[in-house]
Design a protein around this ligand. Structure first.
Ligand code: SAH
Length: 215
C-alpha cells in the first residue's frame, strides 16, 4: 500500500465512524491517533481500516471500529477517570481509552493476548495502561473502585463483582445476552440508591467465559 492509499483509507475509516454515529470529538480524535493497523497481524492486516470485526489470536476478534467508537462514546470517559476494561483482545479498545482517560486497567483470560497487547502498548508509548491475565468477571478488587467499566465480551447479566467495583456516579457499558445470538449493549449508571439501565443498541460479541484460556 502506498502512503497515499493509506491516507485515503484512514480518511474513509473516520468517515465511516461518523456516518455510523460516532460524533464525539474526543472519541474521534482518539480513534484518529490510534492506528488500528498494528493491532491486526497476518492475513487480515490489510483490512484494518474497514469497519468490520476481524479475527485475532486465540480464536477471538477485534471489534468493529464503529462499535468501539459507540461504546467509548457511551462510556463518557473524562481525563480524570480510572477505567477497567474486561476483554483486552488485541488491545485496540484499551489504547483508545488510554488517549482519553487518566489510567486504564485491561484484563483478558488469554495470556498470549495480554502479552501481545503489552508489546504494542510499549511500542506506541502508551504507559498508562496495565494489562493483566485473569478472569475479568471478578473485576480487579485491588484497583477498585473504577469511574468507568467497559466489558467487551457478552455476559448473561452485568457481572455482580463489576457492579460492586463501580464508583457511585460511575458508568459501565456491557453487552448482555446469550452468546451466539444478538445481544443488547447496556449502559449502567450507579446511583446512590441503586442502578439505572439504558439499552443502547444490538451488538454481537464473543462470550464472557469463566477461568483462564489455554494459551
Ligand atoms: N476489546 C478487544 C476485543 C475483545 S474480544 C479489542 O479491542 O480488540 C473479547 C475478549 O474477551 C477476548 O479476548 C476474550 O479472551 C476475552 N474474555 C472472555 N471472557 C473473559 C473473562 N472472563 N475475563 C477476561 N477476558 C475475557
Amino acid at each position: 500500500m502506498t502512503e497515499d492509499d493509506l491516507a485515503t483509507r484512514k480518511m474513509q475509516f473516520l468517515y465511516a465512524l461518523r456516518s455510523r454515529g460516532v460524533t464525539d470529538r474526543t472519541v474521534l480524535q482518539a480513534m484518529e491517533e490510534i492506528d488500528r493497523g498494528p493491532f491486526i497481524r497476518g492475513l487480515f492486516a490489510e483490512r484494518a481500516y474497514e469497519d468490520m470485526p476481524l479475527p485475532i489470536a486465540c480464536g477471538q476478534t477485534i471489534s468493529q471500529p464503529s462499535v468501539v467508537g459507540l461504546m467509548t462514546q457511551a462510556l463518557q470517559v473524562t481525563p480524570r477517570d480510572k477505567v477497567l476494561e474486561v476483554g483486552t483482545g488485541s488491545g485496540y479498545q484499551a489504547a483508545i481509552l488510554a488517549k482519553i482517560a487518566r489510567r486504564v486497567y485491561t484484563i483478558d483470560r488469554h495470556r498470549r493476548l495480554v502479552r501481545e497487547a503489552r508489546a504494542i502498548f510499549e511500542e506506541l508509548d502508551l504507559h498508562t495502561i496495565t494489562a493483566i491475565t485473569s478472569d475479568g468477571s471478578h473485576g480487579l478488587p485491588d484497583q477498585a473502585p473504577f469511574d468507568r467499566i467497559i466489558v467487551t465480551a457478552a455476559a448473561e447479566d452485568p457481572p455482580g463483582p463489576l457492579l460492586a467495583q463501580l464508583k457511585v456516579g460511575g458508568i459501565m457499558v456491557v453487552p448482555v445476552g446469550q452468546s451466539d445470538t444478538v445481544q443488547s449493549l447496556i449502559r449502567v449508571r450507579k446511583l446512590e440508591t441503586g442502578y439505572e439501565y439504558d439499552e443502547l443498541r444490538e451488538v454481537r460479541f464473543v462470550p464472557l467465559l469463566e477461568g483462564l484460556g489455554k494459551e
